[in-house]
Every structure is written in structure tokens, then in C-alpha cells.
Design a protein around this ligand. Structure first.
Ligand code: DGL
Length: 265
């Protein structure tokens, strides 16, 4: 058992939805978060650049004395998990495999949809993970890049978001998927608009929530849970000015976040 923090990183603010899921699942764990707000978005960049940034993000968190590392960013989990694992020296959990597992258990018709950034979709990481778990499952992927700025703008139940969701998701409904992986940190914030344009029987999979269950499993397996039952210590670091991160971040996190410090990489 150990009180050291769990490190969580993302390309920016979106990973706070994963922190929220972690806090719900593991309310006594200390967390240190790094959001690379100066270089977000990662989802439109090349795998090479994403791998370089991911290595720097991971190194910063390792320097903070973490006991475990969570790659909240779907894009990084899709194209750079191996590089993070090589540098971390602590257990690493990404969001792709937990999300894929949850989708395979949920689908009744063995037809799964996945939405994410262009880099995530182009990597084929979710499709490969699902097919590795159950090769009979058919996977249909669609990049939805406009969802990221809409979530950051706070247009949660907005008409424009609904229109964009209809446009993006219509092809997936034609494929008759019964389960949809929200394969991007920002999408849980838009869950109501996404659900509103889909069949009400569609199962939506939040890969961050699935990853939180995996984090719990690893903590137990390694016997490294925080023994303290005190209120946990949450620390937030970003690479650009903290003001906007704090303002929008509270919407993603679902609570006040306190002090945010700037550490450029
Ligand atoms: N955090 C990214 C993800 O989950 C979305 C934002 C970005 O493109 O950097 O894929």
C-alpha cells in the first residue's frame, strides 16, 4: 500500500473526464494531472509528433514520484502507449483496451461503433483491440474532430452540437451498431447530445470510466492502494496559462479544482 499519487496526463483539458471517473471509482487516491494545453490538440497531429510529446508528458509525471501512470488521452493511448510504457518504470494504463473490453461485453449484435480524433481512428487501435478480444465483432469507426471544440466551448445541449452529432453519427446508425465507444476524452461531456441522436437502446461506452476500473484492478493486483481514508490531494499542472484551464476544467471535472500550476515542457 502506498500514498504516492497516480499520474494522469492528457493533451489538454479533456483528461479531466478521466480524473472524474477515477475519483468516483477510487475516492482516496492522490492524483497528479498534467495537461499539455500549449500543444493541444494532439488528435490532428502525426503519430511521430504525438509520440515525442507523450514521452515528455510521461517524463514530467514520473519526475513527480508517481506509483502508476494513466494515459487519459485516447490519441496517445492509440499511437504512443508503448513509448510511455518504456519510460514510466511504473504500471501504465491506457484507455483503449479497457474501452474495447467494455464494448465487446456490451454488444449484443457484435457490431460496435467507435468515434474519436482523426489520429485515433486512423491508427486502427480500437478496431484492433476489439478484434483481438473477439474477432467476430465488426467495428465501424468515424473521426468526429468538431466535438472537441464544441465541448470546450460548453455547447453541451446546444442545437449546433446536435446537428454535428447527427451528421457524424448517421453513417454509424446505418451500420446498425448497438454499442458506441466514446473514444475521446471530450465526448463524455457531450454524452446527452450524442445519445439524443441515437437509438435509445444504443449502449454508450465511456473509455475513461472503463480505464478507472482497470486502474483499480492494477492497484489491487500490485497492492499499492492508498491506505489513507483522508480527502485526497489533487494537483494540476499545465503547459500554457492556467486561467482558461481552471474555468473550463471545472465543467469536465464536475467540481472546483483549486490551484493550477504552469510547467512548460
Ligand atoms: N485528448 C484527446 C483524445 O482523447 C482529444 C483532444 C486532442 O485532440 O488532443 O483523443
Amino acid at each position: 500500500m502506498t500514498a504516492e499519487p497516480i499520474g494522469v496526463f492528457d493533451s489538454g483539458i479533456g483528461g479531466l473526464t478521466v480524473v472524474r471517473a477515477l475519483m468516483k471509482q477510487l475516492p482516496h487516491e492522490n492524483i497528479v494531472y498534467y495537461g499539455d494545453t500549449a500543444r493541444v490538440p494532439y488528435g490532428t497531429k502525426s503519430p511521430q509528433v504525438i509520440r515525442e510529446y507523450a514521452a515528455q508528458d510521461a517524463d514530467f509525471l514520473v519526475s513527480q514520484g508517481i506509483k502508476m501512470l494513466v494515459v487519459a488521452c485516447n490519441t496517445v493511448s492509440a499511437v504512443a502507449l508503448d513509448i510511455v510504457q518504456k519510460r514510466a518504470r511504473v504500471p501504465v494504463v491506457g484507455v483503449i483496451i479497457p474501452g474495447a473490453r467494455a464494448a465487446v461485453s456490451a454488444t449484443r449484435k457484435k457490431r460496435v461503433g467507435i468515434i474519436g480524433t482523426s489520429a485515433t481512428v486512423n491508427s486502427g487501435a480500437y478496431t484492433n483491440a476489439v478484434r483481438q478480444i473477439d474477432e467476430e465483432v465488426q467495428v465501424f469507426a468515424r473521426a468526429c474532430p468538431l466535438f472537441v471544440p464544441l465541448a470546450e466551448e460548453g455547447w453541451i445541449d446546444h442545437q449546433v452540437t446536435m446537428l454535428v452529432a447527427k451528421e457524424y453519427l448517421f453513417p454509424l446508425t446505418l451500420e446498425k451498431v448497438d454499442t458506441l465507444i466514446l473514444g475521446c476524452t471530450h465526448y463524455p461531456v457531450l454524452r446527452s447530445s450524442i445519445a439524443a441522436v441515437l437509438d435509445p437502446r444504443m449502449t454508450l461506452i465511456d473509455s475513461g470510466a472503463a480505464a478507472a476500473l482497470e486502474v483499480e484492478r492494477v492497484l489491487d493486483e500490485q497492492d499499492i492502494r492508498n491506505p489513507s481514508k483522508q480527502k485526497p490531494n489533487l494537483q494540476f499542472f499545465v503547459s500554457d496559462l492556467p486561467a482558461k484551464f481552471s474555468e473550463i476544467g471545472e465543467r469536465f471535472l464536475g467540481q472546483k479544482m483549486g490551484r493550477v500550476r504552469r510547467v512548460p515542457l
